[in-house]
Design a protein around this ligand. Structure first.
Ligand SMILES: C[S@@+](CC[C@H](N)C(=O)[O-])C[C@H]1O[C@@H](n2cnc3c(N)ncnc32)[C@H](O)[C@@H]1O
Length: 257
């Protein structure tokens, strides 16, 4: 039996906002895949998006009001189907997590995981992370940002679509609290080296592993579908962890910001 549903033909998925975001940027880091929803995912969108979903309206979100408590807030950008995010949230109930993903079936899958594991410390935006970081997350409000296996855009002519570039890292640095972390992982060596160069070039961030070094893989990062696929292809994996410096005095600029 085919239990999947084409999202464009399924009015019940209207619970989700359009993933493309309301603002127009010339170059985006994703090519929106339509994907298909299983029946369970479609039901999850109907019943669980109102519980865990956040809309992408303009004012910065008041996360203390959203979660009903004051706790460190960690964002995960491009969480895929939410394997790592659900695991981190289960392992760290003292932390609140905000996931940002454009792929709607992935969002539905995370909703199912949250319900199954009875997790209440996660909320989700279904929109472009650049728009959400810019407009919905206050400066110096995040204790951490995770970016695991971002789309590698391996062809040279597509490198401009890679999420990690000086402007994006400048945005991340602005959103992190002093002492907050940015953790990225990739199984594409040339992207890993590009990330390292960009991150080392940001004066607001300091490499936790020491200058120009990659970090050892932390045990808390759950293995995902993309990492498993990379392993099967014989790819290595590179982790990068950078910490937001205390740059209040004297003021230091990052990418001119
Ligand atoms: C290669 S997948 C990795 C997924 C997951 N992190 C993992 O390790 O399994 C990259 C994900 O990032 C999402 N993505 C890419 N650019 C994005 C953006 N600007 N905002 C939100 N999600 C984005 C894609 O939809 C995709 O699901």
């Amino acid at each position: 039996m085919n239990d999947s549903v084409n999202p464009s033909a399924d009015s019940s998925t209207n619970a989700l906002p359009e993933s493309g975001g309301s603002r127009h940027r010339a170059i985006r880091s994703f090519a929106l895949r339509q994907g298909r929803f299983s029946v369970a995912q479609r039901k999850a969108l109907d019943s669980l998006w109102p519980v865990y979903g956040l809309d992408a309206a303009d004012a910065p979100s008041d996360f203390e009001a959203v979660f009903g408590r004051s706790a460190p807030l960690v964002a995960e950008i491009g969480f895929g189907n939410g394997e790592t995010l659900a695991q981190l949230a289960a392992d760290q109930p003292q932390i609140d997590f905000v996931g940002i993903e454009v792929h709607r079936p992935g969002v539905a899958q995370l909703l199912l995981r949250l319900k199954e594991r009875e997790l209440n410390n996660v909320r989700i935006f279904c929109a472009d992370a650049v728009d959400i970081l810019t407009h919905r997350i206050a400066d110096e409000s995040l204790s951490g940002v995770n970016l695991f296996f971002p789309d590698p855009w391996p062809k040279k002519r597509h490198h401009k679509r890679r999420l990690v570039n000086p402007e994006f890292i400048g945005l991340i640095a602005r959103k992190l609290k002093i002492g907050g972390f940015f953790h990225a992982a990739t199984d594409w060596e040339d992207y890993a080296r590009q990330m390292l160069e960009v991150l080392e070039g940001c004066d607001r961030l300091e490499n936790a592993a020491g200058k120009n070094r990659f970090s050892p893989r932390p045990a808390h990062r759950a293995l995902t579908k993309f990492e498993r696929r990379g392993q099967q292809l014989g790819h290595g994996v590179w982790d990068l962890i950078f910490i937001r410096r205390d740059d209040r005095q004297p003021a230091i600029a990052c990418n001119g910001r």
